[in-house]
Ligand binder design. Structure first.
Ligand code: MSP
Length: 517
């Protein structure tokens, strides 16, 4: 059986989980469900990155003990992912012994190979990025472009890992694996960064300054640099160097935002190479969500999107649907609560929810609430409708990646539109008035229901909770949570099945917030 080991970044716990964190983890969950429906076994990890200076400073400010603070914050992320219906197979916490032991094992091995050296270093450190910056990385005011803060001057003795000797190898690897970093613009960005020699990677922090981190196993004065520690989660999760790692690592795919391309596509493969481990199989990079109008989301501007608020207002699937539909490949995309609600009302409530409810209610009245038993004698036009729906759904599953998700959603909307149009033009409520039309109406109704089933199955990875409810209403089988090829075959809906009444899948949301200005 084919496998997919899917990872998201592990998120810093110094701030509240926001819609950007929700995005990467929701996309990973959508991809997991799509892969399962293509018969691929999946192991999905997400979680929190709990060491380093900025987490420590936030814990200090909170008034809680460091561990209580980390537990509380990590719990918040986990509760968001649970509320969003994420089927993670493991929730990562870097403060857990299984992880820390493996970080130390990596360090021991690199030290034994003579790859680590100690030396004084002077540099500019951005706590927001948890990275040293070069002067050329800063704006005209000497600030980090991402955090708009002036980095701190550091002058201290640390442990270093020489990465320059791997630069040529990495360039060659990227060139000979053109699909490795997707989309291409980020591959080019990495190649551009690799034109200049790589500075040694500083992998420690003196305990006198940074208290929160994995102890360096061979020098008790230091903890491990947070990025070095965090990246190792990707192999620690699958129990490197044990059997599980051997089974899953060859299929590894890292989903990341564009802000962490350098650490993932340069530092990480080099760390692995030094350990004689193959690079991850794939990087899928996505752009940023920005506020409507294109501004960066910021608490101070009040234009952020609180995922918990959206879930309370319209449900987890409303947010999942918006994220899946609207992230442009490689670029940034706009989001706001009114935009999410307006998409929810116009696509989910008016098109998909309305379709299910019209068809089911009509059948309840005219066919005793049962699916008409006519699959083997459909009118040619009705058969064509179901076949076209099945073909479109199957096409969207032929090849899947992070970047096929918006097209899956668009196709599903297209299907819902044509099914609604079919209801309007075939006008079963008018036909039924003549008793001789009974069989034709039964055929129309069956075709619409079976097509709606296919539509809900197709959208299952994006809106799993409501899709499952809709399938139940139609008396259709649920999508299994095990890997099993889903064939999108027409005429699967069982004639005579009793229809459910839970048809209000997407009640319209009338919210003051929801008026798009
Ligand atoms: N802890 C590191 C990652 C270590 S992985 C070994 C980190 N954490 S973070 O909390 O800053 O999360 C960054 C990630 O969150 C981005 O790469 C992206 O996946 C997601 N996003 C954060 N803000 C985002 C947007 N505004 N839009 C889309 N995704 C964004 O970096």
């Amino acid at each position: 059986m084919s496998r997919l080991y899917l990872t998201t970044p592990i998120y810093y716990v110094n701030s509240m989980p926001h819609v950007g964190h929700a995005h990467t983890t929701v996309m990973a969950d959508v991809m997991k469900r799509m892969a399962l429906m293509r018969g691929t076994d999946v192991f999905l990890t997400t979680g929190t990155d709990e060491h380093g200076q900025k987490n420590y400073e936030a814990a200090q400010k909170s008034g809680l003990s460091t561990m209580d603070y980390l537990d509380k914050q990590s719990g918040l992320f986990q509760s968001l992912f649970d509320a969003l219906g994420i089927g993670y197979d493991m929730y990562v916490r870097t403060t857990r012994p299984y992880h820390m032991e493996r970080v130390q094992e990596v360090e021991r091995r690199l030290k034994d190979k003579g790859m680590l050296t100690q030396k004084p270093y002077r540099g500019l450190y951005c706590v927001g990025c948890e990275q040293f910056k070069k002067k050329s990385d800063l704006d005209d005011h000497g600030r980090c472009a991402d955090h708009l803060t002036v980095p701190e001057e550091m002058d201290e003795v640390n442990w270093f890992f020489k990465i320059e000797p791997y630069r040529e190898w990495l360039i060659g690897y990227i060139k000979s694996h053109p699909e490795w970093i997707q989309p291409e613009q980020f591959k080019n960005e990495v190649l551009e960064l690799l034109r200049a020699p790589l500075e040694d990677m500083c992998i420690s922090r003196p305990k006198s300054r940074v208290k929160l981190g994995v102890d360096m196993p061979f020098d008790s004065n230091y903890v491990t640099y947070v990025w070095f520690d965090a990246l190792i989660n990707y192999i620690a999760n699958i129990k490197w160097p044990d059997e599980m790692y051997k089974e899953w690592w060859p299929s590894s795919a890292h989903l990341i935002g564009k802000d962490i391309v350098k650490t993932h596509c340069i530092f990480w493969p080099i760390m692995l190479k030094a350990l004689d481990i193959e690079p991850p199989h794939r990087f899928w990079v996505h752009g940023y969500w920005v506020a409507s109008g294109g501004q960066k989301m910021a608490k101070s501007l009040g234009n952020g999107v609180d995922p918990f608020e959206v879930i309370n207002l319209a449900g987890a699937d409303a947010l999942r649907f918006y994220l899946a539909k609207n992230m442009r490949k490689g670029g940034d995309s706009q989001i706001s609560v009114p935009m999410i609600i307006s998409t929810y009302n116009s696509e989910l409530a008016n098109k998909i929810g309305n379709l299910l409810s019209r068809v089911v209610k009509f059948t309840a009245r005219q066919f005793d609430g049962k699916v008409p038993d006519v699959a083997d004698k459909l009118h040619a036009d009705d058969l064509k409708l179901v076949q076209a729906t099945a073909e479109t759904a199957a096409r969207e599953y032929r090849e899947t990646s992070l970047y096929t998700i918006p097209s899956l959603v668009q196709s599903a909307i297209g299907i819902a539109e044509s099914l609604n149009a079919y209801v309007d033009t075939s006008a079963p409520w008018a036909l039924i008035k003549q008793p001789e039309n009974h069989d034709r109406v039964a055929s129309i109704v069956y075709a619409l229901m079976d097509s709606t089933r296919l539509l809900l199955e197709m959208l299952y990875p994006v809106i799993p909770t409501t899709s499952k409810r809709g399938l139940e209403v139609l008396g259709a089988s649920p999508i299994p949570s095990q890997p099993l090829v889903h064939d999108f075959a027409p005429l699967r809906l069982k004639g005579g099945a009793l229809l459910g009444q839970d048809t209000a899948l997407f009640p319209r949301v009338e919210s003051e917030e929801a008026s798009v200005t």
